[in-house]
Design a protein around this ligand. Sequence first.
Ligand code: AMP
Ligand code: MN
Ligand code: MN
Ligand code: MN
Length: 281
Amino acid sequence: MLCSPELNKFDLHSHTSFSDGDLSPAALLRLAQEHDITHLAVTDHDSVAGLPQARTEAAQMSITLIEGIEFSCEWNGQLLHVLGLNIDPAHDQLLSGIAQNQRLRQRRAERMHEDFIKHGIDLTERVSELVGEHGVPTRPHFAQALVEQGIVSNKNQAFKRYLVKGKVGFVPMPWPELAQVATWITAAGGQAVLAHPTRYKFSRTKLVSLIETMCNYGVRALEVSTPITEPKHAAMLTDLCLRYDLAASIGSDFHSQAQPWARLGGAPALDPRLQPIWSRF
Ligand code: AMP
Ligand code: MN
Ligand code: MN
Ligand code: MN
């Protein structure tokens, strides 16, 4: 895909109500149009179920939908998020990978409920309503239920007092290995991109070690630009892309209009020296 940066606005990381986003795919597309986005990737956690609705809506606008997903996986015992962009969402291998991760999410949700109930908090009904018929259970659904029951005053507090390592509601899961997830994405014709590389709080040395490993698995791109990437981090990621011949992606990680720090279309343009990921679509 060849596109002039002056005439196009890309946002290649966003969520809908099919995972932990607030908006339906159709509403997300309408918001993208308001923000003059020309290319939008919908990347729900471990799900492609929202893509048909997004595709239908995008077809009625002048927006190119990039079909995507955000997989949870593991490298060296550390949870990572890897985006699959420009995938074929009907590919068999991809679909069986998605089913595997969704089973893990269901099992984790059941254990989270058990843990909460042990501590006198019953979130089962509300979480199941929030997830809905087609969604996948995520920690933000639990956070929302904790807020609504008055147990915490906002989601951020929910992620401090509950849901994280050492607190009630944290259940570690054996996510698939990075190599495995990379295979699913590549088999489905997609580009695998390491999402928000600075959020893992790795040292530069550890990030380089991850990059060297992931290149062997066919993950040859970093999400360089997000609305909250500090300039010094963007400079480091740009340098790593140039050094290791990685493509660069840009995405807001939009979930909700109540999160102004992750505004749809809010990621600044890429350094012109970088190879944009869409040149590989
Ligand atoms: P999960 O993949 O179900 O473990 O949930 C991870 C999601 O939780 C991320 O994609 C974020 O959307 C959300 N999240 C993580 N930390 C926070 C936080 N401190 N406040 C609000 N949302 C968070
Ligand atoms: Mn999320
Ligand atoms: Mn993520
Ligand atoms: Mn995300």
